[in-house]
Design a protein around this ligand. Structure first.
Ligand SMILES: Cc1cc2nc3c(=O)[nH]c(=O)nc-3n(C[C@H](O)[C@H](O)[C@H](O)COP(=O)(O)OP(=O)(O)OC[C@H]3O[C@@H](n4cnc5c(N)ncnc54)[C@H](O)[C@@H]3O)c2cc1C
Length: 384
């Protein structure tokens, strides 16, 4: 059938803008639909900074991180924008922390550069941090931060420049699978294409649920706090590494990017929410908890609170992503459940989704991210 578009993309956060970009590079006729404006604050991808690093406990992520670094560099060159800055990464905690140990093992087996520092060495080299005597730090020189909003905007702009049609303020109301494609319904129009890529972030549970695919995707309300550093020179991206504190609850943070303040948050807050009804006012008790941790471990960062913000995660039970085809509609591929750590892979995930939609070979074993791992909770399985 002769249609005006080869592929439709729904959702233009980091994943969808990357998919649109890679599809447009592959000379596909692309339509991308976003319910809000470009780089809005209601989803997961907005902001000054996200951590990119190799420090993972599963080797697939280390393998994907290698290609991700290269793809962000290529995007920098193509867009002429500054998107990534190497700060180094500083993971610290008790020497017997299971996640710190597992991270070390993965880095070692993947031959990624790192150094172990005892507390005294760590504080001498990185006077931003305050460690108790028994703590250790794992330093990785290659870690960096990504200028998150600039990455999304660069991908969207390049996709558009390569011919993709991007429609903002255009919520998709209904997805209608056809025998050889899809029909998308907005408030006042329909659009058809042979393939569909769904990258709806925290709305993916709703989008897939309407396609009879129930997956354990839990949106959560996350909060980040920005501090006016007491010693600004120590917290520039040139001097301060991105950091993660390994404990049963992880604290993480990034240097002061462009005067936004030192960013600190807690990973794994589990504050379940409906993405359409999020309380966007940060909690005073949360801000105080983060401030107390910052006073203890980065005392020279812990000046006045400049700002606190809400951002959404979409958690899966195992915190691994979901990248797959719809089991009943192979013309629909999707990326979901990025569990608070997807941004660094965004450009690569867009490329993988584009390759999946186009039937191109994939050079990774993505079974870790399959729908099949949730098989018992997949509805309508008997129908396939
Ligand atoms: C506080 C915080 C800190 C983080 N830190 C890091 C980090 O340091 N490193 C890292 O790698 N990752 C990090 N992440 C995770 C990372 O930011 C996310 O995994 C990533 O941004 C998810 O992108 P996305 O494109 O899937 O979602 P989104 O950016 O939310 O994009 C989905 C888009 O789909 C649109 N949409 C949904 N439904 C519809 C519809 N019906 N019609 C049209 N459009 C629709 C939405 O409006 C939205 O724009 C962090 C996340 C948060 C919240």
């Amino acid at each position: 059938m002769n249609r005006p578009y080869d592929v439709i993309v729904i959702g233009l956060g980091v994943m969808g803008s990357a998919a649109a970009y890679h599809l447009a590079r592959a000379r596909q006729r692309v339509l991308a639909l976003e319910q809000f404006e470009l780089d809005h604050r209601n989803g997961s991808s907005h902001g000054e900074s996200r951590i990119i690093r190799y420090a993972y406990t599963h080797p697939l992520y280390v393998q994907m991180a290698r290609e991700s670094f290269a793809l962000w560099e290529a995007l920098e060159a193509a867009s002429g924008r500054r998107l990534m800055l190497r700060t180094g990464g500083f993971d610290f905690g008790a020497p017997d922390s299971p996640t710190l140990r597992a991270t070390h093992q993965t880095l070692e087996s993947a031959s990624v550069l790192f150094e172990w520092l005892n507390a005294e060495e760590a504080m001498r080299r990185f006077p931003q941090f305050s460690l108790t005597a028994e703590m250790v730090a794992l330093y990785q020189p290659d870690a960096a931060y990504l200028a998150a909003s600039a990455c999304v905007i660069a991908q969207a702009e390049l996709a558009h420049a390569l011919g993709a049609e991007l429609l903002f303020e255009t919520p998709v109301r209904r997805i209608e699978p056809l025998h050889d494609g899809v029909r998308i319904h907005t408030a006042d129009r329909t659009y058809e294409a042979g393939k569909l890529i769904l990258t709806g972030g925290a709305w993916m549970g709703k989008l897939l649920g309407a396609l009879d695919l129930g997956l354990p995707l839990q949106p959560t309300r996350e909060q980040i706090v920005f501090f006016e550093p007491r010693d600004p020179d120590l917290f520039t991206p040139e001097r301060c590494p991105v950091f993660i504190f390994h404990s049963p609850t992880w604290f993480y943070g990034l240097p002061d990017v462009d005067g936004s303040g030192v960013k600190v948050g807690i990973h794994g807050n589990n504050d379940a929410c409906d993405p359409d009804q999020v309380n966007r006012t940060p909690d005073g008790a949360y801000i105080e908890r983060v401030a107390a941790w910052t006073r203890q471990h980065l005392p020279l960062a812990a000046g006045a609170v400049k700002e606190a913000r809400i951002c959404l995660y979409t958690m899966t039970p195992d915190e691994h992503f979901v990248l797959d085809q719809h089991p009943a509609y192979p013309q629909i591929v999707f990326g979901a459940g990025f569990s608070g750590h997807g941004f660094k892979f965004g450009n690569l995930i867009g490329k993988l989704l584009a390759d999946m939609a186009l039937g191109n070979p994939i050079s990774y074993d993505l079974s870790l991210f399959s729908v099949a791992r949730f098989r018992q909770s997949v509805q309508g399985e008997g129908d396939r």
